[in-house]
Design a protein around this ligand. Structure first.
Ligand SMILES: *Cc1c(COP(=O)(O)O)cnc(C)c1O
Length: 462
């Protein structure tokens, strides 16, 4: 053992090695950092030798050096790779929660960059030369598109739920149907958020049936809100009954100070050809006092929670201390304003989420042809089969809705589906595909034409 330890290179010799110098220069790593990594590798080898766990075959001075430099090379590469990085989404799931939900429109990206690079009037009224409010940046455009009296934006829709209940129902009762208490991805439960707000949750009805009289019977002098949650994350199929918004509004009117709040989750700004997500302006027309929805679901904008409704209520929310805690950044406002302007100008097909949802099969077929043509030079080992399939919206939006698509089932004569799936994922950029029934499926609905070469390249280099 001692003999091997003696062969371990000293740090000052590693530092003098040409490979060390080249790494420093080529990968732009500081002397201190690279020395630290080299020392760490030397120490790890020493410990492994002493513990008798060192790998066979690497025992000479030269072997040790080669091993250390291989490690340093790998470390330098990962050091420059950002933790948050680009992924090619070949799953066809448009609002993939794990992959960052909505992609922004070019106009939104332009505004984000402009706002990031320069000073802006975030809290400054240019016309008057006085301090302004960031709420003003986005309010008029939101009221214009939804017909609401007033509007504001917070960090996300979960924050919107929290702020609304905290401000308008703290220590009071909020009546909500059991069938609507949804769990959304990860560990987010709407009921937990409600409890955190300090509002007392009063669940009525059963998971599949809630009637108007369930709400009626639950109302007392402590009740402040009748809440409706749009159950977008799952679909109760079959024998179900929920109470329509109009009826809740009518019931609330019979009581003093009773509000109706609808958490739409996704919230469409216009009617869609597919699915039947409620349209925000229509929900407001029914007389609902306050509505909240996400900025990065169906809307196709940045992560945000949008709150619209009666002016008096929105003013209360804006003035609550928690509004400061939950407020959004200027880049979010820049992206949101540009996205909503896209709708107002009738250019919603420029918004990637909308474009991808409405993408015709002919366009998907065109992408498939480009993709398969690119592989053909090496098609001996690969097999590509085009099948009919379905794309999902994702993000808990329109759960029952499946959009017809075409998928490419990719297989190789020497690799298992799992191996193909893993190698595509571990490449650069990472490519996420669907692994279903031991088949790798590629849905090009969510892969732009510019991204197809990455896919071809990745497959040719597996
Ligand atoms: C998605 C969703 C939320 C949470 O919205 P985020 O923007 O993800 O915070 C809350 N309520 C409902 C009904 C939802 O669908």
């Amino acid at each position: 053992m001692k003999k091997y330890l003696r062969e371990l290179p000293a740090i000052h010799l590693i530092q003098k090695d040409l490979r060390f110098i080249t790494l420093r220069r080529k990968k732009r790593i500081t002397l201190q950092k690279l020395t630290e990594w080299a020392q760490y590798e030397i120490n790890s080898i020493r410990e492994a030798i002493i513990d008798g766990k060192w790998q066979d075959g690497i025992l000479s001075k030269e072997d040790f050096e080669n091993y250390i430099f291989k490690k340093l090379e790998q470390k330098s590469d990962t050091f420059h790779q950002n933790n948050l990085r680009r992924v090619i989404n070949a799953t066809g799931t448009i609002l993939h929660t794990n992959l960052g939900r909505a992609r922004l429109s070019e106009e939104a990206i332009k505004q984000v960059v402009l706002t990031a690079r320069n000073y802006s009037n975030l809290e400054y009224e240019i016309a008057k030369g006085i301090r302004g409010s960031r709420h003003k940046i986005i309010e008029s455009i939101l009221t214009a598109i939804t017909g609401a009296e007033a509007a504001m934006v917070v960090n996300n829709n979960a924050a919107a739920v929290y702020l609304i209940l905290r401000t308008l129902a703290k220590e009071q009762e909020v009546i909500v149907s059991r069938g609507e208490l949804v769990e959304i991805g990860g560990s987010f439960r709407i009921s937990s958020i409600m409890e955190e707000s300090g509002a007392k949750l009063k669940e009525v009805g059963t998971t599949n049936k809630t009637h108007l009289f369930d709400y009626e019977q639950a109302i007392n002098e402590e009740t402040s809100i009748l809440m409706k949650v749009h159950t977008s994350n799952f679909k109760t199929i079959g024998f179900t009954q929920s109470v329509e918004t109009e009826k809740l509004v009518k019931l609330a009117k019979q009581h003093d100070q009773l509000l109706v709040y609808e958490d739409l989750g996704s919230g469409a700004l216009y009617h869609f050809e597919i699915g039947n997500e409620p349209v925000v302006s229509e929900v407001l027309k029914k007389g609902v006092d306050i509505v909240s929805f996400s900025g990065d679901k169906l809307l196709g904008g940045p992560q945000a929670g949008i709150i619209v409704g009666k002016r008096e209520l929105i003013e209360k929310l804006k003035n609550h201390q928690m509004a400061r805690v939950l407020r959004v950044d200027k880049m979010t406002l820049a992206a949101l304003e540009a996205t909503i302007k896209g709708y107002i100008q009738g250019e919603s097909e420029q918004i990637p989420t909308i474009r991808d949802i409405l993408l015709p099969l002919s366009e998907i077929r065109k992408r498939i042809n480009i993709f398969i043509d690119g592989i053909s030079q090496n098609k001996d080992n690969w097999k590509m089969v085009i099948n009919e399939g379905t794309s999902q919206l994702g993000g808990g939006t329109m759960p029952g809705v499946e959009i017809p698509t075409l998928v490419v089932a990719v297989s190789h004569d020497q690799l298992s589906s799992q191996q193909i799936f893993d190698r595509l994922r571990l490449g650069s950029p990472a490519i996420v595909t669907r692994l279903k029934n031991d088949q790798v499926l590629i849905d090009l609905r969510t892969v732009t034409e510019e991204e197809i070469p990455f896919l071809i390249n990745a497959i040719l280099h597996i």
